[in-house]
Design a protein around this ligand. Structure first.
Ligand code: SF4
Ligand code: SF4
Length: 93
């Protein structure tokens, strides 16, 4: 069996920032992320909540749906310009 991989499939198009201390663990960001980038962590923040963490960074599109649903402004997604994404992955220089 021959498996082919396109480099573009492996390069994240977005990244997520999480302000752990603002999170109240409602799970909206995990539930509504269309590509299942996030999961609630087993760790606690200082308020005793389980914040999300990134489990599939390569799948993030930077769509910011997580940020739009978060009631506590604790997370946001941003798009990565494709030239820098390729450089970060060791692709085109
Ligand atoms: S939507 Fe916001 S408050 Fe809710 S789990 Fe995600 S980061 Fe935490
Ligand atoms: S920016 Fe979009 S793809 Fe990335 S974690 Fe947030 S909802 Fe998911």
């Amino acid at each position: 069996m021959i498996v082919t991989l396109e480099l573009g499939d492996l390069v994240a198009k977005g990244r997520v920032s999480i302000v752990v201390e603002r999170c109240k663990a409602c799970g909206f960001c995990v539930e509504f992320c269309p590509t299942h980038v996030l999961a609630l962590s087993s760790a606690f923040n200082s308020k005793g909540y389980h914040p999300p963490h990134v489990v599939h960074p390569e799948k993030c599109s930077g769509c910011d749906l997580c940020g739009m649903y978060c009631p506590d402004f604790a997370i946001n997604g941003t798009k990565i310009p494709q030239a820098s994404a390729k450089q970060a992955s060791g692709g085109e220089k």
